[in-house]
Design a protein around this ligand. Sequence first.
Ligand SMILES: NC(=O)c1ccc[n+]([C@@H]2O[C@H](COP(=O)([O-])OP(=O)(O)OC[C@H]3O[C@@H](n4cnc5c(N)ncnc54)[C@H](O)[C@@H]3O)[C@@H](O)[C@H]2O)c1
Length: 744
Amino acid sequence: KDVDPMVARNENASTNDSTQFTPTPQRKYRFFQNVEVTSEGVAIVRLDNREKKVNTLSFALSDEAKIMWNSDIHNNTDIKAVIFTSAKPDTFIAGADIFDIQQLEDKTQLLSYIERELQFFQRMKSKGVPLIAAIDGPALGGGLEWALWCDYRICTDNPKTKLGLPEVKLGLLPGFGGTQNLPALVGVQNAMDMMLTGKDIRPNKAKKMGLVDLVVAPQSLEKVAIHTAKGLVDGTVKKSKPKKKSLLNRFIEDTPPGQYMMWQQINKLVQKNTNGNYPSPFAIIDCVKYGLAHPSGNDKFKHEREQFTKLAQTNESEALIGIFDGMTAMKKHQYGEDAAVPVKKVAVIGAGLMGAGIAQVTAQKGYEVLLKDRDDVAVGRGLSYMSDNWDKKVKRRRMTKFERNKNMSAVVGLSDDSESWKKHFSGADLVIEAVFEEISLKRRIVEEIESVTPDHCIFATNTSAIPIADIAQGARRPERIIGMHYFSPVPSMPLLEIIPHGGTADCATATAFEVGTKQGKTCIVVKDVPGFYVNRCLGPFLVEVSALAKDGVSLEALDKAMKNFGMPVGPATLADEVGIDVVSHVASFLSNADLGVRMEGGDISLMQNMIGKGWLGKKSGQGFYSYNGKKKTINSDVKAYLKEFSSRDLGLKEKEIQDRMVSRFVNEAVKCLEDEIIADPVVGDIGLVFGTGFAPFRGGPFRYLDTVGVDKYCDLMNGFAEKYGPQFEPCQLLKDHAASGKKF
Ligand SMILES: NC(=O)c1ccc[n+]([C@@H]2O[C@H](COP(=O)([O-])OP(=O)(O)OC[C@H]3O[C@@H](n4cnc5c(N)ncnc54)[C@H](O)[C@@H]3O)[C@@H](O)[C@H]2O)c1
């Protein structure tokens, strides 16, 4: 969700086109304001991309930076110090421009591009005057690397200020000297934490770890920077030095046995978190180790850019960039910004797991929230859920106490215990319903709410499976009814499916999109069919779990196979987390829906019988696994039951287990495209990566098919169809692409 290091394709399209910038007497540069030099010889370089809201490091900017430096600064002996800052409000440099990398057919050209960029930074340093970075807003990726080449860093305490090297999230590494300059400044452990997770560092933490030297108010940034520059020139301010390490950190980072232990630990952690599927964290480790072994000279930078260039050529990086691109594209309003109903007050009905989560993410974004349940006890539970979550954030310093209190006071708890709820609802602009999954109840709620809310109010339902058209049937304002399908747990799941039914007006879709995006969700609009998109794809996948169990595959082997494929958890663990009853409900609902043969081949009685035995998953302490001890173990009763359940043991190998599971999933995604349930493959990829955790390094089902080869995949499925039955038959669109060789 937080991936905003680099600005994607659409954002940058015009930065890289041939738009000619014509200098005027007022403005010499496209990416910089004219350099200003104070009477004391402090040059101020203000980055300011004329065509964009944010500054990004692009090939074009780099070329111009060199010209600017050479003509305005390098030979000007009056200049005694240089400040780099941004003329844009709330943003320093948001990262390097990914579009540049994507456009290069021959990625090895990156080597010379990065080398030229480094030469620029080194030339900057060679002037021998103090360089100061004055940062307000994000300094990410290449932006922070620029600041790392400076002698002194000042940032503001603006809530928008964050510093980080998030390249790992795109399968890359910091290539402008970051893997070398960062450890030298903040220590190896801090640097590895930042580079391997890609996390943002907030101003106070940045100061504490020595990433910046000063934190100031945004209004005084430039003044303090100029004052500091003068101090660095006359010696009253000292250049920043790495923070003094504690005795323990000196042992860990600076002695051979300490380093040995540290690298072992880091490797173990990375291996565990990536399952060996992501090359970039290992390349980052390699660059830092190389730098420690070759501290002087430029070899370490050469090694870094070679590693960067290698990563830029991997499928993994291409896939992760594809997801990032898709996510950025999806944030753009496609349903008419003006069409959206202006929303100030959002009412949530049902303060259960989903309702409380929806209320939480809504209040966090500054909306007034009404949270209603049947009685005060249920509302109280919902309110506690939110306040507990916010308390945890305060504890982790992810939120201030003030923000927590502000959020809490934005939520009004209401129940049927008092009639006053109706008065509150008369001011609601959007209602999101998250009561039990019963059509009669949902219809009753629609009727009740329509009678107390204003005519412009949009009614959204968070149903997992009931067709939206059925819920809208008999409504007074069906055109204002829409599905907003959130995923559990709402605060952390990044996806929202928006489901207009046949008669939904554009204003309702636009409103759902607007609010969902503001809630921090990536929104995909999908057709009103059973299971919508994500659950529809999960249906055949889950059926295959029981089919494989019948063929003698153990739960451990199944979970391991899918984790190795790149899923965050195996299907048995997933079912336990979601709840066996919920999964079984979805599976049997979809079995009775319109998927036909695609839901066959398994035996959903597996989970129905488990429900009968009270094995509901994690919530009941027992599902496929037992959760009674500290570590989850396979439930021995389930093991015995599965033995009974299985009818044969085919001794299947891991690859076949993976292919059987994944092909059911992927085929359904393509069928959804064929049936226009999703608009295009990008929506399909984003939906399954964000909604189910489909191996992100594979980029989603469509990119996966393109990588493996559609024709090869069709052959694989046809083979399975012959061996196991028609549930494996590839859908028409898959066959068409296989025949024509067309990629998704
Ligand atoms: N749990 C999930 O993973 C998930 C995911 C997506 C969608 N959903 C859907 O979200 C909805 C809610 O699911 P949940 O998991 O939060 O259920 P839940 O049982 O935790 O919460 C439902 C809440 O609705 C309240 N409620 C029932 N009747 C009401 C009424 N007449 N007025 C006001 N409140 C009423 C209940 O008291 C309860 O607090 C369901 O439609 C479900 O299918 C669930």
